[in-house]
Write a protein that binds this ligand. Structure first.
Ligand SMILES: [Zn+2]
Length: 292
């Protein structure tokens, strides 16, 4: 089954539900960047969070970036998700591992102080940017905090990811439930009670439970809710030699004239290499000189 992003509601549309299964997307990210287990955990959680954030996008050509900048050794990274469910990103310390094995399950401890930044881009207008301080660095709490700070919407978020010793992502999924302003307090209490009786999402996934089973047996136990697929998601980079050629042109004539041996830029998001021979560079210079 393909990775899927769902949306839904509960209690007569007074609560919004966002859910994502990102197992294959996280695996592709792990393989492309040869991520260590702790980097895979951070990237997988950021992929789920960025996919959830993308459900707020309105314009077909828009995308959302989630960026973590932290002082600790894991440092952070960036994940971008567009309206079509195409996801790409990178970790700043892809191969990082800690000495204490148990700590490799908690990226937040290796991030330390930092910021959680969301950037929404759409064509022909300035990007929107919102930034909050990292709460735990485990991303779920940070996403909930971000929605509370930026939109004053109470949100409950759970993100889970399981990575085995062979760097295989066994499961990566997450959900967010938001309470809308006209929700009845008693309903919120019922949901909070269910959520606090719900075991850790990663542990439930470890037992082989799907997101739907977690919802039915724990989160929405005794509660009417609906969930419909919004779109599929997958790891897909949009780079090409033409895109890199356009970036090279922006460097200016002088820089290009200095690239006498050619240049082989590497895509930050997918590690594809694009070779520009000295002849290619000459061609770029000529196109610059003949441009109006
Ligand atoms: Zn690429």
């Amino acid at each position: 089954m393909k990775d899927t992003l769902w949306r839904g509601t509960a209690f007569d549309d007074t609560f919004r539900i966002f859910a994502v299964d990102a197992t294959q997307t996280a695996q592709k990210a792990r393989d492309l960047h040869d991520l260590s287990p702790i980097s895979t955990i951070l990237m997988g959680k950021m992929i789920s969070a960025a996919a959830i954030l993308s459900l707020d996008l309105k314009n077909e050509q828009s995308d959302v970036s989630l960026r973590i900048d932290a002082e600790g050794p894991l440092n952070g990274g960036l994940v971008i998700c567009d309206m079509h469910g195409d996801i790409r990103g990178y970790m700043r310390r892809p191969q990082f591992e800690t000495q204490a094995a148990a700590d490799n399950f908690y990226p937040g401890r290796q991030l330390g102080e930092g910021t959680f930044t969301v950037i929404k881009s759409q064509p022909e207008s300035q990007p929107w940017m919102g930034s909050t301080k990292l709460v735990t660095g485990e991303i779920a709490e940070d996403l909930a905090h971000f929605y509370m700070q930026s939109e004053q919407v109470p949100s409950a978020v759970a993100l889970g990811i399981l990575v085995d010793q062979n760097a295989k992502v066994r499961a990566c999924a997450g959900f967010m439930i938001q309470q809308l302003p006209f929700a009845e307090p008693a309903k919120a209490e019922q949901l909070i009670a269910n959520l606090s009786a719900t075991p850790n999402l990663s542990d439930l996934m470890d037992m082989g439970m799907s997101l739907q089973e977690v919802f039915e047996r724990f989160v929405f136990k005794g509660i009417d809710y609906n969930l419909t697929p919004a779109r599929n998601i997958s790891y897909r980079c949009n780079c090409s030699k033409e895109r890199f050629a356009r970036s090279l042109l922006t460097l200016g004539l002088k820089e290009l004239q200095e690239m006498t041996d050619g240049i082989t830029p590497v895509c930050l998001y997918c590690n594809s290499k694009y070779e520009f021979t000295p002849e290619d560079i000459k061609g770029l210079i000529e196109s610059m000189e003949t441009a109006p």
